[in-house]
Write a protein that binds this ligand. Structure first.
Ligand code: WT7
Length: 640
């Protein structure tokens, strides 16, 4: 690596060999982004070419209008002539004594065909929604592709989400079929997934459930509704011709947290998403013939969708999927996996990096020399974590791509490209070629250099940006296309730009907090807590955390003042309520039972003041509160 003015640039050999190393592309793309994306789109296999590349009717827009393709034909058939025997998926189970599975492109093609026919036999048709509640096992990749093959819209729900969270999503999509598993392994435990799914199904439209056999445990069974995956697939033919999808037909719905209590179903389409997945992967992760790419994100999140599944497959690359937790049974499990499978490109989150850094001695035991490129995603990566990653994992030889994007954007939109750089700690980089970003002040004027403002994306946005919130166009308009009008996409992130045009992401400007890179809305958490019969009101705020970046803390007011001795029990039932509504990822760092919350005279809860109790920041003017005395009382509870 070459060092210059506090930033790093790729070594000459790296640059020369990279998939992307032509600075001039940025300029050409900027001049005519639509033409640029069109040129990239031609690399895919289209059943029918589009008639118009970009159509904008604010707040809606479309890409490759009139074009027809099937994304799985691009992931599978397009790769078969050259890569039939190349490994598409390496699967590493959690159990150390279990063997990894390798699926070649040829085998994957066969499995996807069988699964697609099996879904057809259950009555799934183009446009139907299929729920997928699966852990990190090969069947999740097969299921997603099988849906896409026949034009069904997959909606993957993170396997650690609670039955209630699954139910809400299934109700929203009105899926008729759910694919799940009997269970899976996590930190040495068997997690009973089928039981959780069963609990979710009442009051949904689910008519058929397909169950993968992962752990071989006894499960409750409803005849006529439940089908074992192996039985169903054994009866299915492998030959399944791909349905030609309209470029703008939905490919998947993925739920994410917004400012309010209800999760939003982001709708992603076939054509634009495929184009963006293919090219962001090729240029940002520099996929070459011999690479083994490991994206550690769970497939329940968008990172798992795009960079665990679609992007590597569209590029004919080898993707590694790991069932378990990166630090189980020992904190060096992730190093073992890199060493064992000779991983060359490693993509993870700052939270994980900060956790790995705690166990530096473990890292030193392993041979990580197969690595040639590193990536980070999900939250800002602080300089300390950046340098640790750079030195101890990349041995100062691997570029680090800090990639900014969102569930909504479908693929990476801001990063440095590995063949060009610069890689500068604290900065994610430049907008991807063909993407026009801006940083605006409150009035909508572009911010000068180094000044914080709101990050926005200008037309023509990007082919992979969401097209709607499922069945909620009002929310779509309000969330993304109101802050700066219907022609500018509002990201809800604060950012600034340095004199070289590199972007630093400050963090969310809405009520979303990033806990270990996961997106949790304080509103959603508050809703869950408020459902507890003994809670009259509550406030959730995010506070800084050394490992997770941010963590939620809850202030709850109980309807009846409970006796001191009953407090621990009450707290526990509130925690259980959160587990039930959302799942273990949303658990707070602390839960404080307080007698009141700081409020303005009009009754608005002042979360800002609660948040400041945990930082060095001045509390500000308390005289506008109707109950300023409560702040002192809460302070005492926190200190205790
Ligand atoms: C939010 C989106 C996109 C994949 C995973 C997260 C934050 C994302 C970065 C980064 C600083 C980042 C933003 C964004 N974020 N990447 N490289 N640097 N912040 O997807 O759950 O939809 O969250 O994550 O705040 O808005 P998501």
């Amino acid at each position: 690596m070459i060092k210059k003015e506090g930033a790093y640039y790729p070594a000459n050999e790296f640059r020369k060999a990279a998939q992307f190393n032509d600075e001039s592309v940025y300029n050409t793309a900027q001049k005519d982004p639509v033409k640029f994306w069109e040129k990239l789109a031609r690399q895919l296999f289209w059943r029918k070419t589009w008639t118009k590349a970009f159509v904008h009717r604010p707040p809606y827009f479309q890409w490759f209008v009139g074009g027809k393709l099937n994304i799985t034909e691009n992931c599978l058939e397009r790769n078969l002539p050259r890569n039939k025997d190349k490994v598409a998926l390496i699967w590493e189970p959690e159990l150390l004594d279990e063997k990894p599975r390798h699926l070649t492109y040829g085998e994957l093609f066969w499995e996807v065909g069988r699964c697609a026919n099996a879904l057809k036999s259950l009555g799934v048709k183009k446009g139907d929604r299929v729920g997928i509640y699966l852990p990190m096992i090969p069947e999740v990749m097969i299921s997603m592709l099988a849906c896409a093959r026949i034009g069904a819209i997959h909606s993957v729900v993170f396997s650690a989400f609670s039955p209630q969270a699954l139910k809400v999503r299934l109700q929203d999509t009105r899926a008729k079929v759910l694919i799940t598993a009997d269970g899976y392994y996590r930190r040495g435990q068997v997690i009973s997934l089928k039981a959780a799914a069963d609990e979710a199904l009442a009051d949904t439209q689910i008519k058929k459930v397909v169950v993968v056999k992962r752990v071989g445990q006894e499960v409750a069974w409803r005849k006529g509704r439940d089908f074992w995956w192996p039985d169903l697939l054994a009866k299915a033919k492998a030959q399944c011709s791909p349905v030609a999808m309209d470029s703008e037909d939905p490919l998947f719905i993925l739920y994410t947290s917004g400012s309010t209590g209800k999760p939003k179903g982001c709708v992603h389409t076939n054509g634009g998403y495929a184009v963006q997945s293919l090219w962001t992967g090729k240029w940002i992760f520099d996929f070459g013939d011999k690479d083994v790419f490991w994206c550690t994100a769970d497939v329940g999140w968008v990172t798992g969708h795009t960079y665990g599944i679609y992007s590597p497959l569209l590029n004919g690359a080898t993707s590694l999927m790991f069932e378990g937790a990166p630090d189980f049974p020992e904190p060096d499990r992730w190093c073992q996996i890199i060493e064992k499978h000779r991983v060359t490109i490693f993509y993870t989150a700052p939270t994980a990096i900060r956790m790995f850094a705690r166990y530096e001695h473990f890292v030193k035991k392993h041979d990580l020399t197969s690595l040639r490129l590193l990536g980070s995603v999900g939250e800002p990566i602080d300089e300390a974590a950046w340098y640790w990653y750079f030195k101890n994992v990349g041995h100062e030889k691997c570029p680090i791509v800090d990639t900014w994007w969102q569930t909504e954007t479908g693929g990476i939109l801001i990063t440095s490209l590995p063949g060009l750089g610069p890689f500068k700690p604290g900065f994610t980089g430049r907008p991807f070629p063909g993407v026009k970003t801006d940083i605006l002040d409150d009035q909508g004027k572009p911010c000068p250099i180094d000044k914080k403002g709101n990050l926005v994306i200008r037309s023509p946005f990007s082919p992979g940006l969401l097209r709607n919130i499922y069945k909620n166009p009002k929310k779509y308009l309000e969330t993304y296309w109101t802050r700066y009008g219907q022609k500018i996409y509002f990201t809800s992130d604060g950012a600034l730009r340095d004199k070289h045009g590199l972007i630093r992401i400050i963090g969310r400007v809405d009520d979303v907090i990033k806990v270990a890179g996961h997106r949790i809305s304080t509103g959603e958490l508050e809703n869950a807590v408020n459902k507890h019969p003994l809670v009259s009101e509550c406030a959730v705020v995010g506070i800084p955390d050394k490992i997770k970046g941010e963590v939620p803390v809850i202030f709850a007011v109980s309807a009846e003042a409970p006796a001191k001795a009953d407090l621990p029990a009450l707290k526990q039932t509130i925690i259980d309520q959160i587990k039930k509504e959302i799942g273990p990822i949303a658990l707070p760092k602390e839960l404080y039972l307080v007698e009141d919350l700081p409020k303005t005279r009009s009754g608005k809860i002042m979360r800002r003041i609660l948040k400041r109790l945990f930082t060095d920041e001045d509390l500000g003017d308390l005289s506008t509160l109707s109950n300023p005395e409560i702040v002192e009382k809460i302070k005492k509870i926190i200190v205790r």
